[in-house]
Each structure stands twice: as structure tokens, then as C-alpha cells.
Design a protein around this ligand. Structure first.
Ligand code: MN
Ligand code: MN
Length: 309
């Protein structure tokens, strides 16, 4: 190939990375908006009400507008905004944004997140101490901006994932889940195979056997092990973004959060063109614009971005 061809190929690959990064972040918000409708329902209740829930219609226990997102997306945007404002990693900036978000009276906030943010407000505490009850999914759900910001550096991903997680959650299972999700998003953004994506789950299961997800038993609770088993089960038993998300949100339980996590991984893996247009159109306009803006800027700030932009 001649030089011009090389440059063209390079540009095309770089554009592909940006597009998949946007798809990961948009996938998170779509999973949140879609799943919020069936949060805390059982699969039987969902079936009786919707047959199969597959439209972004809002409602749910939070009485949302169609396309409205919840804490999963809002905390991610607060985190991403702190990094863009600082132009680099800023744990205190993230804590300040979480606090401002909490003060804005969000529609929903997890108990563990609330406690962590309160401890920051009252004591300036940036790392919550180990707590055996901190294995919820509240830190894992906001991993998308961290994965984008550390793209191209898995050591930085590891370190910053845990720092952001410990603002509110300090538990080895939450830490391991957060890192695994971030790693899957990053590898998918670089166009990895299904086998390479699955390898991340095999390494996770080798370290913490409780994450094993063959013989999935259908528990989609906010316990991070249940959450990831649900996400992994549908990610690896379906063949499209749409099928994967419909699978997780019809499992009910913490459906907005399983939707958000499945959405970020499947979004990056299948790419922007595979996200159904009817879902993208329904997503709240301001949220969508903010996500698109953050996704590009976070990748530009990343170690990969420094070499390719
Ligand atoms: Mn939520
Ligand atoms: Mn939730």
C-alpha cells in the first residue's frame, strides 16, 4: 500500500474508535432509559404488562418521561464533566460534581452513593473505608467516562476505576466489576472479537468465582455479582445490541442499571450503526447532546487520543 493509503486507513481506524466510544456512552443512556420502565418488576410482571418490553416509554416506579435517564447516566455525566473541566484526572472534582448533583435533588440516588457523597460533604472524605455491604452496582454503573478517558492505558484504567469507585463503594467485588466493565468497553472500542470480550469475564471469574454466569438463574438484583451475571448472560447469548438490551431489561430487577452496563459494552462492541434509531431518537435531547460532546472530548484527552488526534 502507498503512503496515502496508509494515512487513509489510519484515519478510518481512528474515526471508528471515536464512533464506538460514542456508541458506548449512548448505549449506557439508552439502557438506562429503556430499563427504568421495568426497574424492580419481576419477569412475570413485565410479561403480563408488556409481553416483551422493547420501547422507550418512560413510566416505571419513577414515573419518568419517555427518554428520561436516571442516576446511572447522571452520575456518569457528572464524572465525565469533572474530567473535562480539569483537563485530566480530578478525584476531588468528581466528588464536587457528585455533591452538586445530589444537591440538585435527583429523581433517584442509591443509598450507598448518598452515604459516600455525604461523607465527602461532611468530612471531605475521598475514599470510603471498606464496607462488607458495599458490593452494590453503583460504582460499576458509571464506568463509561472512565473507560473513555483512560483509553489506550489499561494500568490507568485500573487505578482510576478504583479511585472513582471508592468515592462511594469500597468492596473488592465492586472494584473487580468496575475494572472488568471498563476493560470490556475499551477492548470493544478497539474492535475486539467476541472471544476477546469473553476473555475478560473468564479472568474475572478466575479471580472471583462468584461471577460465574453459565447456568444463569435469573437474579438481576443490584448486588454487583447478580448485575454482571445478568449482563454477561445476555451479552453472550444474543447477537445484536437490540436483542441484548431487550434481554436484560425484561429480566427486571435493577433493570435500568443492567441496561446501562449492557448498553455501554454492547454499544462499543456492535457500534453506533447497530443502535436502533427509534431508541436514539427517543433519548432526551440534552442528554444525548451532552453525551456526544463528552464522548469525543474524553477520547481526545485519553492516552490513545494524545497519539491519534
Ligand atoms: Mn438508575
Ligand atoms: Mn438502578
Amino acid at each position: 500500500m502507498d503512503d496515502a493509503g496508509d494515512v487513509k486507513g489510519e484515519t478510518r481506524r481512528a474515526n471508528e474508535v471515536f464512533t464506538r466510544a460514542r456508541a458506548a456512552y449512548l448505549g449506557l443512556a439508552i439502557g438506562d432509559a429503556l430499563g427504568a420502565t421495568t426497574e424492580f418488576m419481576t419477569p412475570g410482571e413485565i410479561k403480563a404488562t408488556y409481553k416483551v418490553h422493547r420501547k422507550i416509554i418512560g413510566g416505571g416506579w419513577l414515573y419518568l418521561k419517555p427518554g428520561q435517564v436516571t442516576d446511572d447516566t447522571e452520575m456518569s455525566l457528572a464524572l465525565g464533566n469533572a474530567l473535562l473541566t480539569a483537563g485530566g484526572w480530578d478525584r476531588k472534582g468528581i466528588a464536587d460534581n457528585f455533591l452538586a448533583w445530589m444537591r440538585s435533588k435527583p429523581i433517584d440516588i442509591g443509598a450507598t452513593c448518598r452515604r459516600g457523597i455525604r461523607d465527602y460533604m461532611v468530612k471531605g472524605q475521598l475514599e470510603t473505608p471498606y464496607n462488607e455491604w458495599d458490593a452494590g452496582n453503583g460504582a460499576a454503573m458509571r464506568m463509561a467516562p472512565v473507560a473513555l478517558f483512560t483509553l489506550g492505558d489499561e494500568a490507568a484504567l485500573y487505578c482510576f476505576s478504583i479511585e472513582q469507585a471508592h468515592l462511594t463503594h469500597n468492596h473488592p467485588l465492586s472494584d473487580a466489576a468496575s475494572v472488568a466493565i471498563g476493560t470490556m468497553v475499551q477492548r470493544a472500542i478497539f474492535g475486539c472479537s467476541r472471544f476477546e470480550l469473553h476473555e475478560v469475564t473468564r479472568n474475572l471469574v478466575a479471580e472471583y468465582g462468584s461471577f460465574r454466569f453459565n447456568n444463569y438463574r435469573g437474579n438481576a438484583s443490584a448486588y454487583v455479582v447478580d448485575t454482571l451475571q445478568t449482563v454477561f448472560n445476555f451479552l453472550f447469548t444474543t447477537g445484536s445490541f437490540e436483542e441484548c438490551l431487550i434481554g436484560v431489561v425484561n429480566q427486571g430487577g435493577d433493570a435500568d442499571t443492567t441496561g446501562a452496563i449492557a448498553g455501554m459494552i454492547a454499544g462499543a462492541f456492535y457500534g453506533l450503526d447497530e443502535i436502533p434509531t427509534r431508541w436514539l431518537k427517543k433519548l432526551n435531547r440534552e442528554v444525548r447532546a451532552e453525551i456526544e460532546n463528552q464522548a469525543v472530548k474524553l477520547v481526545e484527552l485519553s492516552p490513545w487520543g494524545a497519539l491519534h488526534t
